[in-house]
Design a protein around this ligand. Sequence first.
Ligand code: G3H
Ligand code: 13P
Ligand code: ZN
Length: 323
Amino acid sequence: MVSYKELGLVNTREMFKKAMAGKYAIPAYNFNNMEQLQAIIIACVESKSPVILQVSSGARKYANQTMLRYMAQGAVQMGREMGVNIPITLHLDHGDTFELCVSCIETGFSSVMIDGSAHTYDDNIALTKKVVEYAHARDISVEGELGVLAGIEDEVKHEASNYTKPEQVEDFVSRTGVDSLAISIGTSHGAYKFKVKPGEQPPPLRFDILAEVERRIPGFPIVLHGASSVVPEYVALINKYGGKLEGAVGVPEDQLRRAAASAVCKINIDSDGRLAMTAKIREVLATSPKEFDPRKYLGPARTELIALMKHKNEKVLGSAGKA
Ligand code: G3H
Ligand code: 13P
Ligand code: ZN
């Protein structure tokens, strides 16, 4: 068993306490490869933001869990060498079994999500509580989930959004002992979050549900999944250079700003980074057809990711300057 503390990582407890008091949200960025991880560290060090590095089940299959852990260890060292010590958490995104959470904890993760939202309420509680007991004995933080996001949650497909029922949150939080709670208020994963006609605004998130959750568990850290804005400039660039992303729509940034100022302490962003990378890679390959050095297209993709994440930290989540 490797302790995350030896790797220079932290759990989310202190981060969330400060984010709650300061009315901002910690960015949780997913990574699967070196360029994404470098971009996250550079963007967060340059904007002096705490950060949560997220590893999904898909990322584990793609890049190997042990490889990702060593990459995170390297990222901590790289950040230190840049001269600013930012708090960094290594977090399992959408863990679906107790065994997976244990495996990540033993590998050196400092935080895990146990997503029991596909189970019945009682089974979700039993599974989440079991993970919390194991994790807390090792000073690891745990995120639970109540309510189901529309779209694709990792490999679990859900047809419709099943908003969090505020009347369940006190019971869930007290019976499981989780450190934070992901809720469903209208966001969804991926690049197609809302079906709207061209030029139409997507429907607002259910801030009424969020307010009722806050009233019932005041000061408790809330997590927003599926929070990419699906930046229209990237969608346009992808389509300009041969892509076919029709009707891709995300959460408007003003709504994320509002969420970040509430009890929402963690905002998950993956799709925006995927779009930024793909847009730049498509642009380079289309405009420089003779290019075949991966650094010549992955480099600009990484530069764009850095700009995107600095923008999120500085102008949307409010986490810049809080490290
Ligand atoms: O929650 C979903 C994340 O965007 C991760 O997705 O399983 O394709 O890596 P993934
Ligand atoms: P997006 O697909 O909106 O980026 O959401 C990512 C996420 O919630 C990861 O858990
Ligand atoms: Zn998610």
